[in-house]
Write a protein that binds this ligand. Structure first.
Ligand code: AMP
Ligand code: ZN
Ligand code: FE
Ligand code: FE
Length: 279
């Protein structure tokens, strides 16, 4: 069987339910040759993951999913292949994490005003970076809502009273910072973009890749994005966006890339590790 790599997964350092160990074991069960752990605005999984992956003979590509903004639209960017010793890039990620923290506190404040106080400290106890799925689960556990969906629909999805976007870098800023670190920037799940104008504007920016294969999306939907990537000479990536029990309908390895695509990203990672050997 040819090799398969899932380039979009979440651990419990953000809003996935699997620990790094569990995620990597799962990757073996799914016969993946490698993966990237792309947590939201944190690379803390990589404190332990490289060694754990090596022991399992899995290729682990550094990655992260950055929350950015383009004209008020929320945009997720996957950044790959940076060196884990790149101090400049790491401080950018730390700033991202701080902005997210400030935004979360604003949401907690709004929820309190709406009669739904949450113990944020307790929420943080066994998670790295808090995201809205954690908040939704907490609201469910406390009986404020009857489902995670209700939590989003009534309170915390965009345009709802307890949502708070927080400060985020622009897409252009993320691209500039990532490129300074010789990393690749991939537009995540373009299938979710709200309209054609936004698609056009984003695709005119100096991106490196497009996430053409995503989650459980069927090939006919992906054709559109493959064509766009070919037209613009962008790297075609893919991954499941696995979140474990937070998104139980999506399996690890639901979408993946072959070895040839993976190697483009892997080679750049090797180069960057070499460049930062002495950092
Ligand atoms: P955050 O980055 O904290 O804004 O949270 C984003 C996460 O919330 C992503 O993993 C989404 O899958 C999840 N999410 C966003 N909107 C919804 C929704 N309407 N219902 C369920 N999950 C959602
Ligand atoms: Zn997520
Ligand atoms: Fe995303
Ligand atoms: Fe994701």
């Amino acid at each position: 069987m040819s090799k398969r790599y899932d380039l979009h997964t979440h651990s419990n350092f953000s809003d996935g339910s699997d620990t790094v160990d569990k995620l990597l074991d799962h990757a073996l069960e799914k016969n993946l040759s490698g993966l990237s752990i792309t947590d939201h605005d944190t690379i803390d999984a990589y404190l332990s993951a490289p060694l754990k992956a090596e022991k399992r003979n899995l290729q682990l590509l550094p990655g992260v999913e950055i929350s950015s903004v383009h004209k008020e639209h929320s945009v997720h960017l996957l950044v790959y292949s940076f060196s884990l010793n790149d101090q400049k890039f790491k401080s950018f990620i730390r700033e991202q994490q701080e902005m997210r923290e400030a935004r979360n506190l604003k949401m907690i404040e709004k929820l309190k005003k709406h009669g739904m106080p949450l113990d944020y400290k307790k929420l943080k106890e066994d998670v790295g970076v808090i995201g809205r799925p954690h908040i939704a689960n907490a609201l469910l556990k406390l009986g404020y809502v009857e489902s995670v969906r209700e939590a989003f629909d009534r309170f915390i999805k965009e345009d709802m009273p307890c949502y708070e976007p927080g400060a985020r870098p622009s897409v252009e800023q993320v691209i500039e910072i990532a490129h300074r670190s010789n990393a690749f920037v991939v537009l995540a799940h373009p299938h979710f973009l709200k309209n054609a104008k936004l698609e056009r504007e984003l695709l005119s920016l100096p991106l490196d890749g497009l996430e053409v294969r995503y989650a459980n999306f069927l090939p006919y939907i992906e054709k559109k994005w493959e064509k766009e990537a070919d037209k613009r000479n962008l790297i075609k990536t893919g991954g499941s966006d696995y979140h474990g029990t937070f998104k139980p309908h999506i399996e690890l390895g639901a979408s993946w890339v072959r070895e040839d695509s993976f190697n483009i990203l892997w080679q750049r990672y090797q180069e960057n590790e070499h460049l930062h050997k002495t950092d």
